[in-house]
Design a protein around this ligand. Structure first.
Ligand code: DNO
Length: 347
């Protein structure tokens, strides 16, 4: 297991020197942020991240994300060129020493929350999701600003994009993801890179858009689309765990460590059938059994990268929603402690 930390580049209020001081931190998880989705990343930009990390004693072996252009998800006629560009990014990242690429296949919106600053009883605040509030939102009409989506769309572009998805159902999305994997996985294999799809967050359809990376049967179907170790998962427990139908330790054991290349570990407190609040990482702070999850990873031979995921905002910190320094650092330390205990007991 290698403990890593997400870093949003030079504009991230969290600095590499801070990350370096978190105990047992081996590397950063980052991306090139100034190239439009669908285009090829300059090698200089990739190498600049690597040298910045290395000069702080950190590795750069995990990219999150190389985003997938909407036209690939939609399967439009120009998607071939966009997939070629994606493959070129995989080659370039492999050449720079990147081992894992995290990406997702969620139409239009990435992760979704209904409130970004829910006050918790201890005086901190965190992200939360209330399904009834999401049902009231209309992204095509209102001035929504959601954390996990590309704000570079104008309102009209967003409307147009949502319209294009009207004809795409889940089976259509399955077809398009298969087409993507058929092209990308062989390149990943040649480049020494493991692809790790991120589950849909939350793991159900939102705004009428199809979502497929949501539950066990779909994960199995996904892994079979191209049955190669290079076609693997980012096991994000906060995303999958929002679905009460997902038994996370059992899923990890069934999938096995060889197809899980990256784990996003954070806790959530389930507050309703489809509602949750993000909580501090320890088991007793939320609804997920972190010990059983880590144990399942350990027992299944997981040998990939881990990162603490979204943290609360504590100690007056102001920062990027979910990605402040303090609570994620506490989370990382807790996870390292759990792993130490589990692995020493296992010897
Ligand atoms: C949220 C993240 C996601 C993730 C992407 C991967 O905090 O886990 O935005 O980076 O879905 O493509």
């Amino acid at each position: 297991m290698k403990m890593t930390f997400r870093w949003y580049g030079k504009n991230d209020p969290v600095s590499l020197s801070h990350i370096r001081q978190i105990p047992c931190m081996t590397g950063i998880v980052s991306a090139v942020y100034d190239v439009p989705v669908g285009e090829v990343w300059p090698e200089e930009s990739i190498n600049a991240i690597k040298s910045a990390a290395n000069s702080h004693g950190l590795e750069f072996e995990v990219v999150e994300s190389v985003p997938v252009h909407e036209n690939i998800k939609l399967g439009t006629p120009d998607s071939g060129r966009l997939i070629d560009n994606y493959c070129e990014n995989v080659r370039r990242l492999g050449k720079a020493g990147v081992k894992v690429i995290c990406y997702n296949f969620m139409p239009v919106f990435d992760w979704l929350r209904s409130d970004l600053e829910t006050q918790l009883p201890d005086g901190s605040n965190a992200l939360s999701y209330r399904h009834s509030r999401v049902l009231e939102m209309n992204p095509a009409e209102s001035e929504l600003s959601l954390p996990g989506w590309d704000e570079s769309y104008t309102k009209d572009e967003l409307k147009g994009l949502l319209k294009k998805y009207e004809d795409l159902d889940e089976e259509g999305l399955w077809r398009n993801v298969k087409r993507f994997l058929d092209a990308v996985i062989p390149v990943a294999e040649e480049s020494g890179v493991k692809m790790a799809i991120h589950p849909d967050d939350p793991p159900w359809s939102i705004f009428g858009l199809p979502r497929i990376i949501t539950r066990m049967e779909n994960l199995k179907r996904f892994l079979k689309l191209v049955d190669s170790e290079a076609n693997g998962l980012t096991f994000c427990i906060g995303s999958l765990g929002a679905g009460r139908f997902n038994d996370l330790p059992a899923m990890i054991r069934e999938i096995g460590g060889s197809r899980i290349h990256f784990a996003h570990l954070r806790n959530i407190k389930l507050t309703g059938e489809m509602d949750f609040e993000e909580s501090a990482h320890p088991t007793e702070c939320g609804s997920l059994d972190m010990y059983e999850i880590m144990k399942a990873l350990y027992d299944s031979g997981f040998d990939g990268y881990i990162r603490p995921d979204h943290g609360r905002m504590i100690w007056g910190e102001k920062g990027r929603y979910g990605y402040g320094l303090y609570d994620r650092a506490l989370g990382a330390t807790y996870l390292v402690g759990l792993w130490e205990a589990i692995s020493r007991a296992g010897k």
